[in-house]
Design a protein around this ligand. Structure first.
Ligand code: ADP
Ligand code: MG
Length: 245
């Protein structure tokens, strides 16, 4: 069964069909890229999947269960994570403290009267930081980190929720090409190691073709292609949208 299935999703803003009868599924441990030109409807899809935006019509299923209309918190509780932008990390706190906060939040224990000793969360935070290659920076304040390293910490924060499905909307925005490759390679490694599924958007076609297990393409709100890199490359509709040929 699919981890996520969206079925005939629609969303309009005024007269604009931002997402127009879109259906696709994400399999277990799949690294799936959602691509398309600016304004294609990618972010709108993400916002509906994570409960921020109610669809006009259509359904969202997690493990076959209808979750359409649930709140972002309810969706998050069902194991759908999302990476947030830099602003979400507390700059003056250390890297480890940021991850510890996320672990406490996941355990529902921020305001608990009793909780395991702080050292327990510190250990868990260090494990997660090791998974994203940031253990050495554990005690540095976040605001001192280079941009690419902040992205890694954001990933560790998202992993603290033990997501089964992670949504990443433009995770490499603002990064240099080499850094992009590194971050996406790391996420792909985690997909395999943690048996988690990832749905991500990415502008660099080179990165998408190199790493995605499967690619779905949106253009003006409509799904125009769904397949592996070889199939997407030679798809005439995709070529038209991207290269005008
Ligand atoms: P993408 O992420 O692929 O660049 P978006 O999902 O952000 O595309 O946008 C799809 C279309 O919907 C665009 O035409 C955009 O202008 C429009 N749109 C997105 N969000 C809103 C909104 N909150 N209000 C009005 N129009 C919106
Ligand atoms: Mg977008």
């Amino acid at each position: 069964m699919s981890v996520l299935a969206v079925d005939t999703l629609c969303k309009s803003f005024g007269g604009v069909h931002a997402v127009d009868h879109v259906s696709f599924a994400v399999g277990e441990s799949e690294f799936l890229a959602l691509i398309g030109p600016n304004g294609a409807g990618k972010s709108t899809c993400f916002n509906m999947i994570n409960g921020q935006l109610p669809p006009d019509s259509g359904k969202i299923l997690l493990d076959g269960q209808d979750v359409t209309g649930l709140t972002p918190r309810q969706i998050w509780r069902r194991g759908v994570g999302r990476t947030f932008q830099i602003a979400a990390t507390f700059g003056s706190m250390t890297v480890a403290e940021n991850v510890q906060m996320a672990l406490l939040s996941h355990a529902g224990q921020i305001f608990a009267l009793w909780r395991p000793a702080a050292s327990y969360y510190r250990e868990r935070a260090l494990e997660l930081l090791a998974q994203v290659g940031m253990a050495d920076a554990a005690d540095r304040p976040c605001h001192e980190l280079a941009y690419g390293d902040v992205k890694r910490v954001e990933l560790a924060i998202a992993l603290a929720n033990e997501p089964r499905l992670l949504l990443m909307d433009e995770p490499t925005a603002g990064m240099a090409p080499g850094e992009r490759n590194k971050l996406i390679a790391l996420v792909k490694e985690l997909v395999v190691k943690r048996r988690m599924s990832v749905l991500f958007t990415e502008h660099s076609m080179d990165v998408v073709f190199a790493f995605a297990d499967r690619i779905i393409v949106l253009a003006r709100g409509k799904l125009i292609a769904d397949g592996d890199a070889a199939a997407i490359r030679k798809n005439p509709q995709v070529q038209e949208v991207y290269f005008g040929t």
